[in-house]
Design a protein. Structure first.
Length: 580
């Protein structure tokens, strides 16, 4: 159970804005002090109206007008300084949360909903910023007014003041109870809208599949169900607020009626002057607004508390891949890779790799063969430390990869995945992904190696051609060649090719295969491929089964063994296929 509010964790993000906050507080103090003058001015106006002295009335009305002008200037100052501080805090918090998410491992994103993360980074943080802004000036101003105005009211007439605030404790208890219930309902509502956002992200990302299976009606129904649950959650929260406002308003009305009853009685007894009563009524009128705002702010505070909790849930997640405090920068490597007795499991008791050993000399091509689930992709994912093995070590040029920084390690490993991911931007920006400065000569050279220069040059805007979201404007073969160019541009000594041609037609495959052969020159390469044409020229082929290497050798040597690799080959040859 949470014992401390997460609101306190916002202080480090607010502290750098202390100068703006101080300026805002000065304006708030000025606003409250001028506000305190208004009841006195109202009393003086009523006094001279009763006497019929128009010049005195005009004088005090002039002072009142000046007071409202000064009050407005202070109000502008408190608003502008505090919103500036709140928005800067939101910017820093959003950047911090986003940067923290990038430190988390792949396992976190494999189990998280993209829509939920997006909602937390946008709507939840914006909601927190809004309430921090309101708390910083409205709440502070209201609290001060609720202190100084009742003090002035006590000064005028303590009997009336006691009558006015007699129901205040009951109002405070009710507001608190309503707020706690509202917090629970707000959490449910925000979880529901996060689910809705996740559903939208999921469906729009896979819209081709939706249309291919004529599943539009199914998805509309699923969306309708989620939207209804979100509506119900929001309705329950609004229903609670709808009950709260008339209850609090009724208690305020009772207090005012008591005020008039006692005030009228005191005037009739000669214990209270009419202008004092008018001044007192003006103070009460000024007090009602901050009370209503406090009620509203408290409700919003409780709703935003759910957002704060959701934000710092992300910040509390710790990366499972950590750099050592004294991690070294990996120098330019030759490409020697060694796996020493490596074991790995995604879930305890379910090993994917078992005591695996392999050695790749600089410039060698190592092919990984095996059925689905044998551990091929897991093996190569350990090399850039997407995951860490539970046992064993991995060395590059004799250096344990856990002893070097992640950036220096991953910058020396080029990866061409099976499913190419391109980002919105130009072709040049996608090839030079992650680099702030674009070297067009290097980009073009990498594209030529990747067999991409010819088709890029055919676009009217060439390398400045805009790539749609996820590269939808390009064919599969074009996207794959851009991915190869992206890997080549790093000029890595080690490359990982994860079934890079399995989803392509024969014509595209030929172009991509030619590009891959150029890209593999003078590099240590790990190839996961279903197609024999990709791995026949490998220096060593490793056959994996249940996370262990059961055979290794060249293509011809493994065929001569007539073992597991030969069985794979014979099965494919008999079926007229050239793929695993």
């Amino acid at each position: 159970m949470k014992t401390r509010s997460n609101w306190w964790q916002l202080l480090p993000y607010l502290y750098p804005q202390w100068q703006l906050i101080v300026k805002g507080l000065v304006c708030i103090l000025g606003f409250v002090l001028v506000t305190l003058c208004l009841p006195f001015l109202a009393g003086q106006v009523s006094l001279y109206i009763g006497k019929g002295e128009v010049d005195k009335v005009a004088y005090w009305l002039g002072l009142g007008t000046l007071a409202f002008l000064i009050r407005g200037i202070f109000q502008y100052g408190q608003n502008i300084f505090m919103i500036n501080a709140a928005l800067t805090m939101v910017l820093n918090l959003r950047n911090s949360v986003y940067a923290h998410l990038h430190q988390l491992g792949l396992d976190y994103f494999e189990t998280s909903k993209t829509g939920d993360l997006s909602y937390r980074l946008t709507e939840d943080i914006d909601r927190v910023g809004e309430i921090v802004d309101k708390l910083s000036h409205q709440f502070t101003s209201n609290v001060l007014q609720l202190i100084v105005i009742p003090a002035y009211m006590f000064y005028l007439n303590w009997e009336l003041t006691l009558a006015s605030i007699i129901l205040a404790p009951l109002m405070g208890i009710l507001i608190s109870r309503f707020g706690e219930k509202l917090l629970l309902l707000s959490r449910r509502s925000q979880n529901q809208i996060s689910n809705l956002s996740s559903l939208l992200t999921e469906v729009f990302s896979g819209i081709r599949v939706v249309k291919a299976f004529a599943a539009q009606d199914y998805e509309v129904k699923r969306f309708s169900q989620e939207a209804k649950q979100n509506r119900n959650a929001r309705y329950r929260a609004e229903q609670l607020k709808a009950i709260q406002y008339p209850v609090v308003g009724f208690l305020e009305a009772i207090s005012i009626m008591l005020l008039f009853l006692i005030g009228g009685w005191q005037i009739s007894q000669g214990n209270l002057q009419s202008q004092e009563f008018v001044s007192y009524l003006a103070a009460v009128a000024l007090l009602l607004h901050p009370i209503d705002l406090m009620t509203s702010n408290y409700n919003e505070f409780k709703q935003a508390e759910a957002s704060v909790d959701r934000i710092f849930e992300l910040m509390d997640c710790q990366p499972n891949i950590l750099e050592k405090s004294q991690a070294l920068t990996l120098p330019q490597v030759t490409g020697k890779v060694e796996y020493s007795h490596v074991s790995f499991a995604y879930q305890p008791g379910q090993p994917v790799l078992r005591d695996l050993c392999l050695l790749a000399e600089p410039g060698q091509i190592i092919a990984l063969v095996g059925s689905s689930g044998a551990g091929k992709t897991t093996l190569v994912n350990l090399l850039p430390r997407f995951y860490d093995p539970q046992d064993g070590q991995i060395f590059i040029d004799g250096v344990d990869i856990k002893d070097v920084t992640l950036k220096s390690l991953r910058r020396q490993i080029g990866i061409v995945p099976q499913e190419t991911t391109l980002f919105s931007g130009t072709i040049a920006q996608n090839i030079a992904y992650g680099q702030e400065e674009l070297d067009f000569a290097a980009i073009e050279a990498a594209a030529k190696i990747a067999n991409a220069h010819s088709f890029i040059s055919q676009f009217p805007q060439g390398y400045h051609t805009w790539v749609g979201e996820r590269g939808v404007n390009l064919s599969g073969g074009q996207r794959q060649r851009i991915a190869i160019a992206r890997a080549v541009l790093l000029n890595p000594r080690i490359m990982i090719l994860d079934e890079a041609t399995s989803a392509l037609d024969s014509e595209s495959e030929a172009l991509v295969q030619e590009a891959l052969e150029r890209a593999m020159e003078n590099r240590t390469v790990f190839v996961i491929a279903h197609r024999l044409s990709t791995i026949r020229r490998a220096d060593s082929i490793l056959v994996l089964e249940r996370g262990q290497v059961v055979e290794s050798g060249t293509h011809s040597a493994l065929l001569a063994k007539e073992g597991r690799y030969a069985q794979f080959y014979q099965q494919q040859y008999a079926q007229g296929k050239d793929a695993f």
